[in-house]
Design a protein around this ligand. Structure first.
Ligand code: FPP
Length: 249
């Protein structure tokens, strides 16, 4: 089936995930297979980023969250971190006008204070530049760890309670979700992980409680718009029950 046939099929089905999250894995292996340095894989991974942003926008998906750099990734060699930050800047500088034109709001999720001043400034400016866009949200998880996110939310709520602005007894799942970096966004409907690893790697642990997980052996730089549509096609076959019994048709 061609990409456009697949697209037609999933659009006809009507059940397009409102929020897709992706663990973009396998850049290093993709480069190693080709006898090239790991950063070569990251460079090619950018094309896949462009393709999935475009694919989500075409389908009318409301939010896309990409795991671009984990808190654990700070332990990688300094040279690799520098290239990743440079690529992020390059992506933002090149794409921010397109994002704005397409109505895509950029958000960054993570402990951004750890990022060097220059890439941080680029990210913050692009976030401000696209702040009034409302068709879709592109979340870049950078310097992101889900446990840290939960800790940061707990600290925020504790501070609010200590200052007398919040009654601890009033804290429920909704209040807590509102204190996470993803505040205001629906939970992901579909989580895609490339490169075949069967892990969630400290990504959106709170938010994926009822998310459908799709794992593909494709390495991230090879992931295309058609692969995204295939993942969505699989998602549409799932029977989502959210803990309830199957509804009778
Ligand atoms: C995981 O592959 C990928 C990353 C740690 C970085 C992802 C970054 C990009 C796709 C490039 C730029 C991103 C944006 C949003 C513009 P890995 O290095 O862990 O691969 P391996 O498991 O094969 O070693």
């Amino acid at each position: 089936m061609t990409e456009s046939e697949l697209k037609e099929l999933i659009v006809e089905s009507g059940d397009i995930p409102g929020h897709i999250a992706i663990i973009m894995d396998g850049n290093g292996r993709w480069a190693e297979i080709r006898g090239r340095p790991r950063v070569f894989g990251h460079q090619h991974g950018m094309n896949a980023v462009r393709a999935v942003v475009e694919g989500c926008r075409e389908l009318g998906c409301k939010a896309l969250t990409l795991y671009a750099f984990s808190e654990e990734n700070w332990k990688r060699p300094r040279s690799e971190i520098k290239v990743l930050m440079r690529l992020l800047r390059k992506y933002i500088e090149k794409e921010q006008n397109n994002l704005k034109k397409d109505g895509i709001k950029l958000r960054c999720l993570g402990r951004l204070g750890k990022i060097d001043a220059e890439p941080r400034k680029t990210l913050e400016e692009a976030v401000a530049y696209t702040a009034d866009c409302n068709d879709m949200v592109l979340n870049l998880a950078i310097s992101y760890g889900s446990r840290s996110e939960i800790v940061d939310a707990a600290r925020y709520l504790c501070r609010e309670a200590a200052a007398g602005r919040l009654d601890p007894e009033s804290v429920d799942e909704y209040t807590f979700a509102g204190a996470l970096y993803t505040s205001g966004l629906p939970d992901p409907d579909l989580l895609i992980r490339t490169s075949g690893e069967m892990r969630v790697s400290n990504f959106l642990l709170w938010q994926i409680a009822y998310t459908e997980i799709y794992i593909t052996p494709i390495l991230w730089p090879d992931f295309t718009k058609k692969d995204l549509f295939e993942a969505i096609g699989e998602f549409q076959k799932r029977d989502r029950r959210f803990g309830r019994v199957k509804s009778k048709k």
